[in-house]
Design a protein around this ligand. Structure first.
Ligand SMILES: [Zn+2]
Ligand SMILES: [Zn+2]
Length: 258
């Protein structure tokens, strides 16, 4: 997402956290304490990167049927994470498909409601849990007909990919494959949860793109804001998936990563 939007979404979700706390904490299942998974984006960066509190990671992926991730994207993410986070107990991926919860574009509130209804895995003693929703429609905040949001990291352990937007790129045929865009978006949004840029993992050296907040000013870095939009992603990608530049990697290493 671009700066304004990410700021907006963080602000809105702060409100949601406050207003929904009671309901979520009491919840349908009083045995589950969801509090630790209802914090702001970047708040769990150190817990995800280091093995101080959590020695393993669970990634729960809930996809609207027909919008499941490609196996290659899941594999690329696992490789990306294994190179950067300290989880000696490993990474566990749990995937499930559901019927479309709605057939209209998604508001942030609706995405949060779906998480409340569908998410099954929360932090446990030594395992930190992350939740991903693969949506069948775009964000309702997209108003520019030429540029759509590909994904959003909206809480400390929650993110969404707009699968329909990613799939539509396959038909636009600009020399960049849908598989590449999907994989890059997946890694990019997860890297926000790891605290990039200056979102929970403090910068070792200044490389913040101030105009497009929480992104990296190094061209072609995975965390450059260009990648978050269809047209920008097209411009950035040749035949490979963008990687983190040394400045982003240094931030992760300084916050418990590797
Ligand atoms: Zn981003
Ligand atoms: Zn970077």
């Amino acid at each position: 997402m671009i700066g304004k939007r990410i700021l907006l979404s963080i602000a809105l979700f702060s409100l949601l956290i406050v207003s929904s706390c009671k309901e979520d904490d009491g919840g349908n299942d009083p045995m589950i304490d969801r509090t630790a998974n209802l914090q702001a984006t970047g708040d769990s960066a150190n817990d995800l990167l280091s093995d101080t509190t959590y020695t393993s990671l669970a990634l729960e992926i809930v996809s609207v049927r027909g919008f499941e991730l490609r196996p290659s994207s899941v594999q690329n993410l696992t490789t990306f994470l294994n190179a950067r986070i300290n989880k000696p107990g490993g990474i566990r991926i749990v995937q499930r498909s559901i019927d479309a919860p709605q057939n209209e574009d998604y508001s942030l509130q609706q995405i949060a409601n779906i998480e409340r209804d569908q998410r099954q895995i929360y932090n446990s003693e030594d395992e930190i849990a992350v939740y991903l929703f693969m949506a069948n429609r775009k964000s309702e905040e997209d108003t520019d007909p030429d540029s759509f949001t590909l994904g959003a990291a909206y809480r400390n352990t929650s993110f969404v990919l707009f699968g329909s937007v990613i799939q539509d790129l396959g038909t636009s045929n600009n020399g960049v494959s849908t598989a590449q865009i999907e994989s890059a978006t997946l890694n990019h949004e997860f890297a926000h949860l790891l605290g990039l840029v200056d979102l929970g993992s403090p910068m070792v050296e200044d490389h913040l793109d101030e105009e497009n907040g929480q992104h990296c000013d190094v061209p072609n870095c995975l965390m450059n804001f260009q990648i978050t939009f269809t047209s920008g992603a097209m411009n950035m990608m040749g035949s490979t998936i963008p990687e983190l530049d040394p400045l982003c990697i240094a931030d992760l290493q300084a916050n418990g990563g590797k």
